[in-house]
Design a protein. Structure first.
Length: 377
């Protein structure tokens, strides 16, 4: 049996995404932790030398730029402050990575993305093609959210989910999130002395999600354990193993390999097709459809969602929009493209397929969400 840590080794993981948060990369006074980053880059260079392709998702631009511009609250006082800080900080961030990777004979590249670059199918394919070409050419892409243009309505909000989305897009074997904590605990280790580190999470259940705490301890970043579990769900839907490990040590990847401290979320053995991976990883949906237990069981056996199993329709959406499919208890079951606009879907709740034409006045599509346009979560 393969040890969880070995899922991320170069021999088994051909392509790895590593995410670095602001609190690890930048000191409280807005300076790069250069010695720490040199050690991490050395680890990444060694992995690349062993045949593993590397992508880095790095925060830190806002924190760095805020110091240069003397912005209040680390550049987070307003959206305009954050955007201005990011514009300045991204230059410094790119320069540091370029220098450190160059010391190992490796070319760094920069990719700045917005949420829409991965939510829109055409732009998503372009991002994937660019990232694939960079790593195939031997470069290490340094990826960050484009905070200079992103707004509160159209942003990832944290780089945990961006890392998982990129892992999904480029079909990476693994995603490692460097955190300010060793992994997922049964409780808050700062408040509960009996809290235990969970080494492996085979499935993201509601009980597991209840263990997630609030925002990151540093206050510098925008993530937290909740966003990391959301990232784990995205990664798993794309066939990527994910790990949460501490970055508050020198050479964190080596510590993970040797001491095996962290939480690993193994991906299912079979990943969905590329189009369904994109669908599963979307962060914005237009609405939600609530279904009964019989319909849940039918979907898990590979069937389409028929109106008869629908109990409620939430939100306003059109035909072809992405909707979540949830159980009566609120558990997310699937995500797919609706065959009907919400105004018609409401009328079809609980109705048999042969009744649809009489209700709507036109020849029906039997499924509310066809199995070819749906991914089970």
């Amino acid at each position: 049996m393969v040890a969880p840590v070995d899922l991320f080794a170069p021999a088994r993981c051909h392509r790895l995404v590593v995410k670095i948060g602001s609190s690890l990369l930048v000191t409280p006074d807005g300076r790069v932790r250069r010695a720490w980053l040199e050690g991490l880059v050395a680890e990444l260079a060694a992995r690349r030398g062993a045949g593993q392709q590397i992508l880095v998702v790095s925060s830190g631009a806002v924190a760095l730029g805020a110091r240069r511009l003397a912005m209040p609250r680390g550049g987070r006082a307003s959206l305009e402050d954050a955007q201005a800080s990011a514009a300045v900080g991204q230059i410094e961030l790119a320069q540091v990575y370029s220098e450190l990777f160059a010391a190992h004979g490796i070319q760094a590249a920069q990719m700045l993305l917005t949420l829409q670059d991965l939510e829109d199918r055409r732009r998503y394919l372009n991002v994937r093609a660019t990232a694939n070409r960079l790593v195939e050419a031997g470069a290490v892409p340094i990826i960050n959210e484009n905070d200079t243009v992103a707004t509160s309505e159209i942003r990832f909000g944290d780089n945990d989910r961006l890392a998982a989305r990129m892992g999904q897009a480029v079909e990476a074997g693994g995603v490692i999130l460097l955190s300010d904590i060793d992994g997922l605990f049964t409780g808050d280790p700062k408040r509960d002395p009996d809290a235990r580190l969970i080494p492996v999470v085979e499935r993201l259940t509601s009980e597991v999600e209840a263990m997630a705490g609030g925002a990151g301890a540093s206050g510098m970043g925008s993530g937290g354990m909740v966003s990391k579990l959301q990232a784990a769900r995205i990664a798993a839907s794309g066939g990527c193993h994910m790990a949460i490990i501490s970055g508050k040590v020198d050479r964190p990847l080596t510590r993970f390999e040797t001491e095996k401290i962290g939480t690993v979320f193994p991906a299912p053995e079979s990943a969905p097709a590329a189009r369904k991976r994109w669908l599963a990883g979307r962060l914005k949906v237009a609405g939600r459809v609530v279904i009964d237990d019989g319909a849940v069981e039918a979907l898990r056996h590979g069937r389409s969602l028929l109106p008869a199993g629908v109990r409620a329709v939430e939100g306003v959406f059109e035909r072809g929009d992405v909707v979540d499919v949830a159980s009566l208890s609120g558990q997310l079951v699937a995500r797919g493209l609706s065959s009907y606009p919400s105004r018609e879907a409401v009328l079809l709740c609980g109705r048999k397929s042969h009744e649809i034409e009489g209700i709507l006045g036109y020849a029906p599509r039997a499924a509310l969400v066809h199995r070819d346009d749906m991914v089970i979560l």
